[in-house]
Design a protein around this ligand. Structure first.
Ligand code: BES
Ligand code: MN
Ligand code: ZN
Length: 491
């Protein structure tokens, strides 16, 4: 799908979607197409006032116009326009048009610093227009949207403002594609292949296979993967275009390509959802893609442990003790608490190898997070108030990558006590399950390294259409992390 900006000086034709603010009246640009004033009449007949959620469809001889309520102008900001863009995509999709136009005339007068209405509309449209139909038979009447033209007075400025957003959009699409794939397709080695096929300046991949991980003592990653027919990998993406010698940011993403629970097998109901247990790794990869496309002057390294958690004769068993790369031993009390295991080794490897000043990990880590914050927020865990604020600020700049800080406490940490090893992978009490999981990862963070953990288990996938994310993989994390990097780590 192509998104273009145009001043549209000539006559409009085809389908035009036009957001209109409350009490906004007929957009000036559309008046030119409608000498008989049909649009004004239709607005009156439909009692269309431009309220959020309102629609008004007008048939002109050469033009179909859909007015889309944009709500209160005084409350509008960048997010408003992204949401409207997403809504327009949802309206347009079933209409099966190859090209369509978005007319910005009814909302253009808003000028907020850093907000370019046409660019935000385009970004929201892109987010909302996503679909994953790789495995569906193409039907004759399937008409995918080929081109969206955003009309407005200064197309060059709009195009320029859209460029960084287009890079984020590409990262979100990549992440959604990876997460949407079923686990028989998106195996650890396939994930590596996808990463290696990404060719952008500065985007460097590196891979460790099981043999190399064995040498390094990454037995937590290997342990989780040992029940599967698919070999585990550690994928590393380096992007070092910042100042030489500046400590990088380390991003770590949970990449469990399928989580059956292992010997502590999950119930069958909804087990298929566990194909998206690699959404943390996918978000981290999508972020690396976005920042590389933007060509940011920054140092960021991503580490993604990729495994499949399966029950078999060679699988880890409850009660087993495994030594991590850090040297600390872990008693595996429940093989379904596997995410924290692979992350423990991955954050340790990343710190030893790349000496970051900050580590952020993303993981579909606990079912418990859903009970705490539902599908509105990812859980944010950190002891660093400044880092928490920076992540919150970046999150607030997005339509849906929101975070809510949850507690860490030394008494939660104590619940990870094991009688025979340095720690257990399951807390001795189910209370504060998302926090105890975070503490487990925290045990592998080195002194003086800032660290934040994001539990995205309730955010990576949506069972219903959202304003800027159709049902399915949301791509959570790409927008958040990219904006965090843009705000805080570009020299
Ligand atoms: N991948 C799951 C968490 C999850 C649940 C992600 C639902 C997305 C949706 C994780 O590996 C897991 O199984 N966690 C267990 C931990 C428990 C055994 C301590 C859980 O939350 O039940
Ligand atoms: Mn699990
Ligand atoms: Zn899992």
């Amino acid at each position: 799908m192509k998104i273009t900006f145009d001043s549209c000086k000539g006559k409009m034709k085809g389908l035009v979607l036009a957001p209109v603010f409350e009490k906004g009246g007929v957009p000036e640009r559309l008046k030119q197409e409608d000498p008989n004033g049909f649009i004004a009449k239709a607005m009156k007949a439909d009692a269309f006032k431009g309220k959020e959620g309102q629609l008004c469809v007008v048939f002109l001889p050469d033009l179909r116009v859909i007015l889309v309520g944009a709500g209160d102008k005084a409350k509008a900001d960048a997010r408003t326009f992204e949401k409207i863009g997403g809504r327009i995509a949802a309206i347009a999709k079933p209409l099966k048009r190859e090209t369509l136009m978005i007319c910005t005339s009814g909302v253009k007068e808003v000028s907020l610093p850093g907000t370019h209405v046409a660019a935000e509309l385009a970004f929201g449209f892109g987010l909302g227009a996503y679909s994953f139909d790789v495995y569906k038979e193409k039907k004759e009447d399937d008409v995918p949207i080929e081109e969206v033209i955003i009309s407005g007075p200064d197309p060059e400025a709009a195009q320029k403002a859209f460029e960084p957003l287009a890079a984020i959009l590409d990262g979100v699409y990549e992440t959604r594609d990876l997460v949407s794939e079923p686990s028989n397709m998106m195996t650890p080695s396939e994930f590596v292949d996808v990463a290696e096929s990404i060719k952008i300046k500065g985007f460097d991949t590196d891979v460790l296979d099981a043999k190399q991980m064995k040498k390094l003592g990454m037995n937590l990653v290997l342990g989780v993967g040992q029940g599967s027919a698919h070999e585990p990998y550690l994928l590393i993406v380096k992007y070092m275009k910042g100042k030489k010698g500046d400590a990088p940011l380390l991003l770590v993403g949970k990449g469990v390509c399928f989580d059956s629970g292992g010997i502590s097998l999950k119930p069958g109901r909804d087990m298929g959802d566990m194909k998206y247990d690699m959404a943390g790794a996918a978000a981290v990869l999508g972020t690396m893609m976005s920042i590389a496309k933007m060509g940011l002057k920054t140092n960021v390294v991503a580490v993604m442990p990729l495994v499949e958690n399966m029950p078999s004769g060679s699988a880890l068993k409850p009660g087993d003790v495994v030594q991590s790369m850090s040297g600390k031993t872990v008693e595996i009390l429940n093989t379904d608490a596997e995410g924290r295991l692979i992350l423990g080794d991955a954050v340790w490897y990343g710190q030893e190898k790349f000496k970051p000043d900050t580590v952020i990990d993303l993981a579909t880590l606990t079912g418990a997070i859903h009970y705490s914050v539902g599908s509105e927020y990812a859980g944010l865990f950190t002891t660093d108030d400044a880092l928490a604020d920076q992540l919150k600020t970046a999150a607030d700049e997005t339509v849906m990558d929101h975070v809510w800080r949850l507690p860490l406490h030394e008494n939660y940490d104590k619940l990870l006590h094991s009688d025979i090893a340095d720690m257990a992978n399951l807390a001795s009490s189910p209370e504060a399950g998302s926090s105890t999981a975070a503490h487990f990862i925290g045990r592998f963070i080195q002194p003086d390294v800032k660290w934040a953990h994001l539990d995205i288990a309730s955010m990576a996938w949506t069972k219903k259409d959202l304003p800027c994310a159709p049902k399915g993989a949301t791509g959570f994390g790409v927008q958040l992390l990219t904006r965090f990097i843009l705000n805080t780590r570009v020299s």
